[in-house]
Structure formats: C-alpha cells, structure tokens
Write a protein that binds this ligand. Structure first.
Ligand SMILES: [Zn+2]
Ligand SMILES: [Zn+2]
Length: 252
C-alpha cells in the first residue's frame, strides 16, 4: 500500500527532478532549473515536427513520425538526471518527468491520442536492468493523460524466416529492428499513438519504431521524450524538412 501523500512528503521530500534540490511540496522543478523547460510555442519560426526554433531543429530527414515533443534538451544537469533514470536510485524520476512530458504535449495540443506505447528494450537488457525506462515513462505518462499503455512493439530477434510472415510483417522484417507481436497486431490499425523514449539522440530509433507502427496500420505516431540532444544544426545549412513534406503535422 502506498503511504499517504503527507507522510511520504515528510519522509521523502519533493526534489527537483533535474538537480535533486529539495523543494516545497507540489512542484518538481526548482527555480534554477525552471528556465531549462523548453517553451515549444511562440517566438521565432519553429520546426513543425520538433517545435524548436528552426535553427535549432533536432529532426533528421525522412521522418515517419508526425511530431517529436520533449520538455528539455539533453545537456548538463538534464543529461545527468536522464542518466540516473537508468539506475534503481533514479526510478522516482519517472513520474515528474512524465508530468513534464504531458505538459509539453499540452502546450502543443498533442494529447488527443488513443494510447501510449514505448520503444522496447532487448529482453536480456531489460532483465538485467529490471525495467525499461521508456516503458516506465509510458506508464507514468498514460496515468497523467488518462490513456492506456499499449506494449505494441518488440525488438526483432534477428530476421525471421520471410516466407512465414504476412505482407506487413514481411515489410517490417525487411526494414528493421522492431516488430508488432502477432497477439498485438489487431491493436494497431487506425490508432493515434504516443511513442515514448527517454532521450532522442539521432531520432533513428524513434523513426524505426514509428515506421513499424505505421506499416502495421497506425493512423499517426507522435513521439515524446524527456529530452533530445541539441545538435543537428545541419552542417550543410539546409533547412529542416519543410512543412509540405511533413503534411502539416503539427496540427490536430
Ligand atoms: Zn533544480
Ligand atoms: Zn525539427
């Protein structure tokens, strides 16, 4: 049984989820860390996919997902906090970070989904760690948004024998690292899905996972992470993917 909130607040004071400083009950970012929260709206022209100012866009090309939302950049204290989530002593960070993810989605008007799914982890790695941080974030986010958590993806254990696969499975098998297990195939078609991970580094993991969901019939995939690596101010100076190529994905 969970301890009542006032009791757990006395024994486990609220701490800033980024720097660990003790806080007044209720919040989860200290004053010093508040400015790290990305605004995602307003100001200069923004990338329709990642909501960053166009010059700081973190998206790659040829994206399958419609949008990518993250409340923080993967840098400094946030980077350290995201690292802590991978160890037992950092598991109390899932709930506050999921609240930040939900708030970021609300700022962009992107909460109208049918369910939350997550980037899976190799079973052996998951067993060693005891949990998959993307899955724990999905659970906390689902709770925050009142959406079901759907374990729709798993890592492919090497290429399956092609001739035993259906059409969409065959394409997914050719494409990559993820698949929808047969018992979940009926849960995907027509669904608008949120897809979680802890950090978007190159976007290629999210892109592969989103591609698999779309091949299996998902209507739309919106990615949401705690943070994304600030990079990709493209070397050749090319602008990010145009709104036309994106199909105007930032609107609901
Ligand atoms: Zn702080
Ligand atoms: Zn972008």
């Amino acid at each position: 049984m969970k301890a009542p909130r006032y009791l757990s607040a006395a024994f486990f004071p609220a701490r800033c989820c980024v720097c660990g400083r003790v806080l007044e009950p209720g919040g989860h970012l200290c004053e010093a860390c508040l400015p790290l929260r990305l605004p995602l709206t307003g100001g200069s022209a923004r990338c329709p996919v990642c909501a960053m100012p166009v010059k700081d866009c973190v998206c790659g090309d040829r994206l399958w997902f419609s949008t990518l939302t993250f409340p923080f950049l993967y840098d400094g204290a946030v980077r350290a906090a995201v690292g802590r989530m991978k160890f037992r002593h950092g598991t109390d960070l899932f709930a506050p970070f999921a609240e930040e993810m939900a708030a970021a989605l609300r700022r962009r008007g992107l909460t109208g989904a049918d369910g939350v799914c997550f980037v899976p982890m190799q079973p052996l790695r998951r067993w060693r760690r005891g949990y998959n941080q993307a899955e724990e974030l999905a659970k906390a986010l689902g709770k925050e948004l009142g959406l079901p958590v759907l374990p729709l993806l798993k890592k492919t254990g090497g290429a399956r024998v092609q001739h035993t696969l259906s059409g969409p499975e065959r394409r997914a098998n050719l494409l990559g690292s993820y698949e929808v297990p047969p018992e979940r195939e009926r849960d995907v078609p027509g669904k608008r899905l949120l897809l979680t991970d802890d950090v978007a580094t190159t976007c290629s993991t999210l892109n592969e996972a989103a591609k698999t969901l779309l091949i299996f019939g998902a209507a739309r995939v919106d990615c949401v992470c705690v943070s994304a690596r600030p990079r990709l101010i493209k070397k050749n100076g090319a602008p990010p993917r145009s709104e036309a190529a994106n199909g105007g994905a930032d609107t609901q």
